[in-house]
Design a protein around this ligand. Structure first.
Ligand code: NAD
Ligand code: DAU
Length: 370
């Protein structure tokens, strides 16, 4: 039986991971530590909390006494570290918050694990610290560049990616200096259920349902490598289950697409759902599809993100050959599942669209139009 501490488990990927782990590892104990920032949502874990399947701790990864207590009281043997400030646009407005959580928070967590797991210079057996990171640490690619491998030098371009690169370097240094049994995954763009609607895919879906403009930055020809979130969870599970301490794995979807294609595909999926289900027009009266008008009529090209990375792409050879990981979902099946999830889980996304969300969206709207 494993005892997991999952940081950031009320966020998008962390929340999906906690659901996945509880389904697949019935006997394990799961403690979720989350500060419930604007991006964290207790509702994501409500069923698991109600069934006492997990223990939810509202707290911050920079709180050393809290971390020490959690390691001690729950005899934690596995850390899965998702907690982060994760939105590039916000990092351009407030870099300090990203350094605090992503760099200082990761180092504080590493220290707590070191203190709990290394006694008199000897490491406890069967412990693992897994750090969840991003492909953005590698910077941007030109159209014909080979995709990022684990050996690609770091060249982060945004305050977000710089702070994640700092965290990755700290994990690497704890492995090298103290022998920490840690692993790192650098993953491409995730999408799926419980995704906060400030990020491209959920933003396009909820804006279309409200009949609001669908903002496409710059020329919309930027490329991302998309991975359905459940596949990312499976990749992390495979890393945690293998004897690979000290290693880093790149995780991707073998699914490079330009942003404008993603936006158009989402519009087509919504148009088709409205055409085949008459109840949607009554529920989402502001959506153009409710009046038989195509959702892509809402597409609006806006001012580009400063320093916008042009292309990300992952070479997944190492994780495919070492652990046998391959994504199960294609972009076609994954986007369809995502649109359907948002159509059937309106209370979840409405609950996160509070005053602070509206302020953020309207500030972005001002920025991109001026
Ligand atoms: P998210 O913003 O949806 O969730 C982050 C969670 O961390 C939230 O629940 C938030 O409340 C919590 N949190 C923030 N600061 C905290 C703190 N100081 N202490 C405790 N909890 C705190 O992020 P996400 O998209 O789920 O990303 C999770 C991780 O995966 C991040 O480390 C991110 O860098 C990485 N990642 C994300 C993607 C992606 O496409 N979303 C891709 C690759 C890697
Ligand atoms: O690559 C992994 C990263 O993917 C993660 O590390 C980050 O946490 C995650 O947020 C994501 O970063 P991106 O910046 O790629 O994701 P975002 O959804 O913000 O944007 C995806 C692309 O769409 C990007 O090129 C910017 C563009 N975009 C985004 C928004 C929000 C738009 O064109 N319009 C928008 O309104």
């Amino acid at each position: 039986m494993r005892k997991l501490l999952v940081t950031g488990g009320a966020g998008f990927i962390g929340g999906n991971f906690v659901h996945h782990w509880c389904r697949e590892h019935d006997a394990d104990r799961v403690i979720v530590l989350d500060a419930l920032t604007y991006a964290g949502n207790r509702a994501t874990l409500a069923t698991l909390i109600a069934e006492q399947r997990i223990e939810f701790v509202h707290g911050d990864i920079t709180d050393t006494p809290l971390l020490d207590r959690l390691f001690r009281e729950h005899a934690i043997d596995t850390v899965v570290h998702f907690a982060a400030e994760s939105h590039v646009d916000r990092s351009i407005v407030d870099p300090g918050a990203f350094v605090r959580t992503n760099v200082v928070g990761t180092q504080t967590l590493l220290d707590a694990a070191l203190k709990a797991w290394r006694v008199d210079g000897l490491w406890r057996e069967n412990v693992r610290f897994h750090h969840v990171s991003t492909d953005e640490v590698y910077g941007t690619l030109a159209p014909n560049d080979p995709p990022f491998s684990e050996a690609t030098p770091f060249a982060p371009n945004s305050p977000y990616s710089a702070s994640k690169a700092g965290a990755d370097h700290l994990v690497r240094a704890y492995v090298h200096t103290y022998g920490m049994p840690a692993t790192i995954s650098n993953c491409s763009n995730n999408y799926g259920p419980y995704h906060f609607p400030e990020k491209l895919i959920p933003l396009i879906i909820v804006n279309a349902l409200h009949g609001r403009p669908l903002p496409v930055y710059g020329d919309g020809r930027q490329i991302r490598d998309w991975l359905f979130v459940e596949d990312h969870c499976i990749a992390i599970e495979q890393i945690l289950s293998a004897d690979v301490a000290g290693q880093t794995f790149n995780v991707g979807g073998r699914a490079e697409h330009v942003n404008i294609d993603i936006v158009r595909r989402l519009c087509e999926l919504l148009d088709a759902r409205f055409a085949s289900d008459a109840t949607l027009a009554a529920r989402f009266v502001e959506c153009p599809a409710a009046r038989g008008i195509a959702c892509d009529s809402l597409i609006t090209y806006v001012k580009d993100r400063p320093g916008h990375d042009r292309r990300y792409a992952i070479d997944p050879t190492l994780i495919a050959t070492t652990l046998g990981f391959e994504p199960r979902e294609t972009l076609t099946t994954g986007l369809a599942r995502t649109v359907d999830w948002y159509l059937t889980n309106e209370p979840w996304w409405r609950s996160v669209m509070d005053g602070s969300y509206r302020d953020w969206i309207s500030s972005q709207y001002q920025r991109t139009l001026t």
